[in-house]
Design a protein around this ligand. Structure first.
Ligand SMILES: Nc1nc2c(ncn2[C@@H]2O[C@H](COP(=O)(O)OP(=O)(O)O)[C@@H](O)[C@H]2O)c(=O)[nH]1
Ligand SMILES: [Mg+2]
Ligand SMILES: [Zn+2]
Length: 290
């Protein structure tokens, strides 16, 4: 019997695969976690007990730096959001919701645009360059590798945008399955991994199952008063509106709206802000998840 420290690469059917200095061990979570309603996540730092009879256990989850519900990952530095020009068509509201969720969790968003070969990426590049976030085409592999080095980065984006394809391009030895059939469609027998950690370009990258537009309606715990701060391109202008109570949704004398009209803040990003503001307003205080 031996105690080891490591981190969770993935969880499948109640088993967790934990990477340690002595290799990867398959472990079960102690029953205590279920009682306490704690789900171990990919990226969790853990202590495990390795036994002769292979009945290994995850004993303890070390305090998390951060954790996301979708994708289900812990302790990440960056969220790399992949968006395709077509198939699937970009859902900028989902994307902008993800950047806000990342900002709230202290995670740095990166944007990668895929399928520039099928339809021009320029409109998306133009929108996301106004955010100040780093924006890449999925063909800019060296630049993306540089951004991943030394960091833990979770990939996220609709199914089919090209997350696994991008990881394979960054490191061909990964040989990840692409074009995976969604489990929800009831086709295909494989268990869709929710999240799996890989060593890529001198960092850790987490491939995740794609989100669906259903996620758009999930309550993410963001309150309407906090929302503007989660749009980094709004920050320089906050406090400059005519009314201190300005919600930046079209009021007289709103500096943010002025910057949208001037083309400094993207109209698309502002529309997402307004949609998220209205959605947050509709959530009752007791419904807010912490
Ligand atoms: N034309 C084109 N196809 C791509 C590109 N990136 C990914 N694909 C294709 O899109 C499909 C879905 O890719 P996949 O990596 O499985 O998406 P994931 O669900 O986000 O992991 C596959 O058939 C890929 O070959 C791209 O930049 N251009
Ligand atoms: Mg995939
Ligand atoms: Zn305003």
């Amino acid at each position: 019997m031996q105690q080891l420290n490591g981190f969770i690469l993935k969880g499948i059917g109640g088993f967790y695969y934990v990477e340690t200095a002595f290799g990867v061990f398959e472990c079960k979570a102690k029953g205590r976690f279920r009682k306490e309603r704690i789900t171990p996540l990919a990226g969790d730092r853990v202590t495990i007990t390795v036994r002769e009879d292979k009945d290994n256990t995850v004993d303890e989850i070390l305090p998390r730096k951060n954790a996301l519900r979708r994708p289900p990952v812990a302790n990440i530095d960056q969220l790399l959001l992949v968006v395709s020009t077509v198939s699937p068509v970009p859902n900028v509201l989902v994307l902008d919701r993800m950047t806000a969720i990342a900002e709230k969790a202290g995670i740095v968003p990166l944007i990668v645009v895929s399928k520039d070969d099928l339809s021009p990426a320029q409109p998306l590049l133009d929108v996301y360059r106004t955010t100040g976030y780093r924006v890449f085409l999925n063909t800019e592999l060296d630049a993306i590798r540089d951004a991943l080095r030394g960091k833990t980065t979770a990939l996220s984006g609709n199914s089919g945008v090209g997350k696994s394809t991008l990881l394979n391009a960054l490191d061909p030895s990964l040989q990840l399955a692409t074009n995976e059939i969604s489990e929800k469609l009831g086709r295909g027998k494989h268990t869709t991994r929710q999240a799996e950690v890989f060593h890529v370009a001198g960092g850790l990258a987490v491939d995740t199952a794609g989100f669906s537009s259903l996620d758009l309606f999930a309550n993410d715990g963001i309150q309407k008063e906090d929302l503007a701060e989660l749009f980094p391109e709004f920050r320089p202008y906050l406090g400059q509106c005519r009314f201190t109570s300005c919600a930046h949704i079209g009021e007289q004398g709103c500096k943010i709206c002025e910057m949208v009209d001037a083309g400094v803040i993207s109209d698309s990003r502002h529309r997402s802000y307004v949609a998220m503001y209205e959605a947050a307003k509709a959530v009752k205080p007791w419904e807010i998840r912490q």
